[in-house]
Write a protein that binds this ligand. Structure first.
Ligand SMILES: [Zn+2]
Length: 366
C-alpha cells in the first residue's frame, strides 16, 4: 500500500531568491504543493495529513530533533530557528522581510577552523552556500514540518510508529517542502534547509542499526548535500542521475565515488541537459542495477520533477507519461524494499500534479 503524507505548515514558507541578476519570488513556492494536492484529490488519492506543530507530540518531537541532529550541526539548526528574529531585533529587516546572505564562508590557508561569526548579518552567509535559501518569519515552522514528514514516513515503513497499525504500507510519498537534497547538514542552499533523506536514514537506523540503505536521487540537480553527508559511509549507497555541469556546479562528477570505508558507495550519473528519455532510461537501468547489487533493506527516492522537458531550472526530454515508466522501472527492480519517496524539485506548476499522478500510477502498477 502507498501512503501520501502532507503537513499544511509546509505551505507557510515563501521566500525570495536571486536568480540571474534579479531578486524574484522563489520558484520553489507553495503553489507547487497546492497543484500536487489538487491533482491528488481530484484523482481520489488519499492524502494523510500530519502536523508537526500539533501540541500533543512532545516525545515524538524530541525524537525528531535527535535524528535531525545526527546529520545536522546544532549551531546551524539554532541559526535556522533564530536568525529571522535576530535580524528583526537588529533592525536589519521588517517582520515580513527575508534573511539573505551577503558573503559566504570560503576555505582558507590559515588553518583556522570554521567558526560562525557573532554578527547575525554575517552568519547568514556562514550557514548557506547560495542565494536561493532565504529565510522568512515562518520558514522554520515549514522546514520542521517538511522534515517531520520524512521522519513519520520512515516510521510508518519501519513498523516503529504507533500509527502504522502493523501495516502493509510499503511505500510513503512524503510531500516535503522545502526540499532537502542540497543541504549538507551545515549549510542551506538550492531551496533546501534540512536534508530529509539523511534524517530518514537516521530514523531507519534507530530501529535497524546495521541496515544497508539505498538512496536513488532522480531530481534534475545533483544532491550535493546527500552525497556530502554519506560520502564516507559504506552502509548507504547514494546513486544520482542529474544534469551535467548544472547547479550546484561543483559536485556530481563520475569520479566522486566515496572516500575511505565509503569508497564505491557513491555513484554519479551526469547526463547532458536535454538528453532523450531513452538516454535517461539507460542510466536509470544502470543506477538500479547498482542499487539491486547493494541489497538495501530501505530505499529512499529523492524525486524531482525538474527533469520535465520544459522545466525552467534544467531539463531532460521527459514528458508526463514517462514518469509512469520511470516509476514502474524502479519499483519492478526493487520490488520488495520499503520505499520512502521524498519530494525534491520540479517547477512547471501547471504540469506538476499530472507528473506526480503519472509517477504514482507507474509505481502502483507493479
Ligand atoms: Zn532540482
Amino acid at each position: 500500500m502507498l501512503v501520501v503524507l502532507f503537513d499544511p505548515d509546509t505551505l507557510l514558507h515563501q521566500t525570495v531568491e536571486l536568480l540571474g541578476s534579479k531578486l524574484i519570488p522563489a520558484l520553489e513556492s507553495p503553489k507547487r504543493l497546492e497543484a500536487i494536492l489538487k491533482s491528488l484529490r481530484i484523482s481520489e488519492h488519499d492524502v494523510c495529513t500530519i502536523r508537526a506543530s500539533s501540541g500533543d507530540r512532545g516525545e515524538g518531537k524530541a525524537r525528531l530533533f535527535r535524528v535531525i541532529s545526527e546529520s545536522h550541526h546544532n549551531g546551524y539548526l539554532e541559526h535556522l530557528r533564530d536568525v529571522h528574529d535576530e535580524w528583526v531585533s537588529a533592525g536589519l529587516i521588517e517582520q515580513d522581510g527575508h534573511v539573505m546572505p551577503e558573503c559566504f564562508w570560503l576555505p582558507t590557508s590559515t588553518g583556522k577552523p570554521m567558526r560562525p561569526p557573532r554578527d547575525p548579518f554575517a552568519r547568514a552567509g556562514y550557514y548557506a552556500f547560495d542565494m536561493s535559501s532565504g529565510i522568512m518569519s515562518e520558514s522554520y515552522q515549514a522546514i520542521i514540518a517538511s522534515a517531520n514528514l520524512a521522519y513519520e514516513g520512515t516510521d510508518m515503513l519501519s513498523g516503529f510508529s504507533v500509527n502504522a497499525s502493523g501495516s502493509d504500507v510499503d511505500t510513503v510519498l512524503a510531500l516535503c517542502r522545502p526540499p532537502g537534497h542540497h543541504c549538507d547538514g551545515r549549510r542551506a542552499g538550492g531551496y533546501c534547509y534540512i536534508n530529509n533523506a539523511a534524517l530518514a536514514a537516521s530514523t531507519w537506523r534507530a530501529s535497524h542499526s546495521d541496515a544497508q540503505i539505498g538512496i536513488l536521487d532522480i531530481d534534475f540537480h545533483h544532491g550535493n548535500g546527500t552525497q556530502e553527508i554519506f560520502y564516507a559511509d559504506p552502509k548507504v549507497l547514494y546513486v544520482s542521475i542529474h544534469g551535467e555541469d548544472e547547479f550546484p556546479y561543483y559536485t556530481g562528477a563520475e569520479d566522486e565515488c566515496g572516500i575511505g570505508a565509503g569508497e564505491g558507495a557513491n555513484i554519479n550519473f551526469p547526463l547532458k541537459v536535454g538528453s532523450s528519455v531513452e538516454e535517461y532510461m539507460e542510466k536509470l537501468e544502470q543506477a538500479l542495477q547498482h542499487l539491486l547489487d547493494f541489497k538495501p533493506e530501505f530505499l529512499i527516492v529523492s524525486l524531482g520533477f525538474d527533469t520535465y522537458h520544459s522545466d525552467p531550472l534544467g531539463h531532460f526530454q521527459i514528458h508526463t507519461e514517462d514518469y509512469a515508466t520511470i516509476a514502474e522501472t524502479i519499483r519492478r527492480k526493487l520490488k520488495d524494499v520499503p520505499a520512502l519517496i521524498l519530494l525534491e524539485g520540479g517547477y512547471v506548476i501547471e504540469h506538476l500534479g499530472a507528473n506526480v499522478l503519472s509517477f504514482l500510477k507507474g509505481w502502483k502498477s507493479v
